[in-house]
Write a protein that binds this ligand. Structure first.
Ligand SMILES: Cc1cc2nc3c(=O)[nH]c(=O)nc-3n(C[C@H](O)[C@H](O)[C@H](O)COP(=O)(O)OP(=O)(O)OC[C@H]3O[C@@H](n4cnc5c(N)ncnc54)[C@H](O)[C@@H]3O)c2cc1C
Length: 637
């Protein structure tokens, strides 16, 4: 099946305005008759729930944490992009659009990316009005810094805590609506199934994580903002609770899953240092504004960095990519770090690290200036590694960080299931095969504040309004499914911990479907995942009971879903016979070891349809049509 993204006709720059005009409106007095479920309270979910309630809809908002403020978005450090051109350095909506399309290796939908760039400027105005304390220049204008894949400074930031500040803004708007009675919050609830009635999404089934109760909630539409699945790699920079369960259950109910193999490995993370580590820490990309990446020129050089003279250092990014230097996009920086370590030039105890050095900028601007810009990041690094980055270079290595894959959505952000909208990192939409830094916050807030408030109305006015309550058999079926699955997990009674299964799954994916892949490895990974999944259902140890607070059970459910989803991820990687962005199949590379796309055969989104547990999923396509940019070999030299 060829998927129709419902991209409006007309010139690129006019599509969104035209579409907004053509979308049918819901009369203000009728809005309060509609119930909308928003799953997720991160930047996408929080902004969507607040905006929809502000419009007059009645919203139920769910999250797994004890407070919406603890959503994973709080961890975002570096910043948020917008095409304000405050620096007068040549930025524009077009340039942000082009950089994003090129950064994604020409595997994103033009119309969505252009809309994102247009809306980016409204986000900044909106957030300033909310009181977000963005960094400012001496004269009062908002400050900017640079992120990878761009030669302009367009990233707005609040020190190294941008996500936290933006989330507090969304949270304030959300709580205003809670107080007004238009949003009801359901924290500590995990969505475990989606309910579809007569082809329309009409609700969800959740487990109350404190009492263990299984609850049903009906609505006219569901907006899913449940974040990304980078934790499928076990070790990642994501919050521990980030999962694939909500999107995967929606996939099993008929929503297509797009490009699951497009995962992002971030180049600047604190390297792995032990077998039983459960979490990795990001060192924000903003550090590459001022830090210089290098390794010793000679393989096996074990001298401390201070004893390696300039002439014996290889600033490999600056040398290989003189135009973008240390600010090449993440996929490029990560692959190059791996290549240096594979050549034996890696540093640190394991040899899987490269230096990120601030000596030159501290000499130039002084320690105080650097402390003002990155103080909290330096402090975090020192606390974790016991090494002072003002004096010694940081050691960094790539780690799983973000996913460009997610549920397929059309231009209205609606999935293949009518009435199921997907926002933020949970959808696949705007970043193609590689996301540029500071673009995830932009997308989450664009989706929540500026896209869904318009497009959901267009759906609501034409949906079938037959009343559906939680007494409907479809809800009963979903409750039964969730109860049985929970019971099954608790009855395995095996000997191996769930974490141990997850760790092994992570190793398989990192080894065979990480920074580079090849067909033999992917076939092997698929078999290993199948075997591991089988063993999980025979030998996993899930203690406790269902009718209580039981974090082992929560984790087991998420890992069980990762074990199924991981197979889809490697299948998708296997079927894409090209390299693009974060998907690097070794068989398809240029002489200079850069990703080589196959535009003739793979210039499309791959969207997978679930066909049953024992049947292969079906791969559908959405052709990507480029009418405004020319497809070129991506170069950052
Ligand atoms: C360390 C780090 C730093 C980053 N820094 C930046 C940055 O500087 N700039 C940038 O642009 N991007 C950054 N990113 C990426 C960015 O933070 C995320 O992509 C973005 O915050 C995702 O927002 P979201 O609203 O889509 O999802 P999330 O913030 O992950 O929120 C998901 C929500 O869904 C809920 N949820 C999940 N599953 C369920 C379920 N089954 N049932 C009920 N609720 C559920 C959660 O409780 C949560 O409320 C960073 C990421 C990391 C890991």
């Amino acid at each position: 099946m060829m998927l129709d993204a419902k991209v409006p006709s007309g010139p690129l720059s006019e599509k969104w305005d035209k579409h907004r005009f053509e979308l049918k409106l819901v009369n203000p007095a009728n809005k309060r008759k509609y119930n909308i479920i928003v799953v997720g309270t991160g930047l996408a979910g929080g902004s969507a729930a607040a905006s929809l309630a502000e419009l007059g809809y009645y919203v139920k908002n769910f999250c797994v944490q004890d407070s919406p403020r603890r959503a994973h978005s709080i961890a975002a450090q570096g910043g948020i992009n917008a095409a304000k051109n405050y620096q007068n350095d040549g930025d524009s909506i077009w340039r942000l659009f082009y950089d994003t399309i090129k950064g994604g290796d020409f595997r994103a939908r033009e119309a969505n990316v252009y809309r994102l760039s247009q809306v980016s400027n409204h986000i900044i105005d909106h957030c300033v009005a909310q009181g977000i304390p963005f960094a400012r220049e001496y004269g009062g204008l908002l400050a900017n810094r640079s992120f990878g894949g761009a030669q302009v400074s367009r990233t707005f930031y609040a020190r190294g805590q941008t996500g936290q500040q933006l989330l507090l803004g969304a949270y304030s708007s959300l709580m205003r609506q809670v107080a007004a009675g238009r949003v009801t919050l359901f924290s500590r609830r995990e969505m475990l199934d989606l309910v579809v009635v007569n082809g329309q999404t009409r609700g969800i089934v959740v487990r109350n994580l404190v009492t263990g109760d299984i609850e049903s909630h009906a609505a006219d539409a569901v907006v899913m903002c449940t974040g990304g699945y980078a934790n499928v790699f076990y070790l990642s920079t994501n919050a521990m609770a980030s999962n694939v369960s909500a999107t995967y259950r929606a996939y099993k109910k008929g929503a297509f899953f797009a490009n699951p193999c497009y995962t992002q490995i971030h180049p600047t993370c604190i390297p792995v240092h032990g077998t039983y580590q459960s979490k990795l820490t990001l060192m924000s990309e903003s550090l590459r504004n001022d830090g210089r990446v290098w390794v010793p020129k000679a393989p096996g050089d074990r001298r401390p960095p201070s004893q390696i003279p300039e002439s014996e250092r290889d600033y490999y990014l600056e040398n290989k990519y003189p135009s973008f230097g240390n600010l090449v996009p993440r996929d490029v920086a990560s692959r190059n770090a791996k290549a240096q370590c594979d050549m034996g030039k890696g540093v640190g105890e394991t040899g899987f690290a490269v230096y990120l050095d601030f000596k030159d900028v501290i000499n130039r601007d002084g320690k105080d200036v650097i402390a003002q810009k990155y103080g909290n990041l330096f402090q975090m690094y020192e606390k974790i590694t016991a090494s002072n980055p003002y004096e010694e270079p940081m050691m960094i290595y790539p780690a799983s960080h973000y996913v460009m894959g997610g549920l397929w959505v059309d231009y209205n952000l609606m999935s293949t299931l009518p009435g199921l909208f997907v926002l933020g990192e949970a959808n696949f939409s705007d970043h193609g095969a590689n996301r540029l830094g500071a673009s995830a916050l932009m997308q989450g807030l664009a989706d929540g504040y500026f896209v869904i408030p318009y497009t959901i109305g267009g759906y609501l006015v034409r949906m079938d309004h037959t009343e559906v309550t939680t007494d409907h058999p479809a809800f009963k079926e979903a409750v039964q499914y969730v109860t049985e699955r929970t019971g099954k997990l608790l009855s395995i009674n095996g000997k191996r911990t769930v974490d141990d299964f997850h760790r092994e799954l992570g190793h398989i994916l990192w080894e065979y479907c990480g920074m580079s892949r090849n067909d033999d490895g992917l076939l092997k990974a698929r078999k290993l995942i199948q075997a591991l999944r089988e063993e999980f259902w025979e030998n996993a140890l899930v203690p406790g009971v269902s009718e209580d607070f039981n974090q082992s059970l929560e984790r087991a459910g998420r890992v069980a879903d990762f074990l199924e989803f991981a197979e889809l991820l490697v299948m998708d990687a296997f079927e894409r016979k090209e390299s693009c962005g974060g998907h690097f199949n070794e068989a398809y590379q240029t002489e200079e070891h850069e990703a080589r796309r196959d535009d003739e055969n793979f210039c499309h989104v791959a969207a997978w349809e679930y066909k049953g547990d024992d049947t292969e999923p079906l791969r559908h396509m959405e052709p990507l049509v480029f009418e405004n940019v020319e497809l070129t070999q991506r170069s950052y030299k």
